[in-house]
Design a protein. Structure first.
Length: 95
């Protein structure tokens, strides 16, 4: 399990959020519960994409912070290996 840091900023229209040390994990929403759910989903999706591409996940930096944050909290990423098998038709090439 990796522990990243979620940053929240409360604005007039709702809440903006991002993961400090995982570029691209960003979202916004009407309230904190919604944004927490959306940010967790964005982090999971980006992590899966990195792994599918053979890229390393960004290393969490617990000392990294945002001075403009209204709230910071840990965001836990737990990935499981899959044992599923995908059968492709003959002649299909996967890049």
């Amino acid at each position: 399990m990796l522990t990243y840091k979620a940053v929240y900023q409360f604005v007039d229209a709702g809440v903006h959020a991002y993961v400090v040390d995982f570029p691209g994990a960003i979202t916004c929403g009407a309230d904190l519960p919604e944004v927490r759910r959306l940010l967790a989903s964005a982090l999971r999706d980006l992590a899966e994409l990195c792994l599918e591409r053979g890229e390393l996940l960004p290393v969490p930096n617990p000392s990294q912070s945002d001075p403009d944050a209204d709230l910071e909290e840990p965001l836990y990423l737990r990935l499981r290996a899959s044992t599923s098998v995908e059968v492709l038709p003959s002649g299909v090439v996967v890049a």
